[in-house]
Design a protein around this ligand. Sequence first.
Ligand SMILES: [Zn+2]
Length: 116
Amino acid sequence: MPYDNPYLNFSATENAFLSFLAGCSAVNDNREKINENDIIRAYKTHYKLLTTDISKLVDKLWKEKSEKENNGYLVCEKCNSYYKLQPGESPDDFTGNCECGGKLKYYDDIGWLLKC
Ligand SMILES: [Zn+2]
């Protein structure tokens, strides 16, 4: 029984978590029983999770998500006010002019606009 290992001083929660990870590893290999490799893999995964900067990872995922959902922007040529297109909207849906009377122009990215 790997769980009787005297070198393991993990709390019950961590042990349950490690068993879960080991179980996932076994399932990934289409096995119903956990073997030593699964335990090792579980520890490696656990260690990776402990050393991962979670907030950084979340930031990265959010950034990727928002970049993927970027539908572009409509920018007024006259007053530089802009509208971010929502998912599912197309610039063709907006044929009108800006409130100021200026023409709306489509841009993929408005980093240039936000910088100034
Ligand atoms: Zn305008």
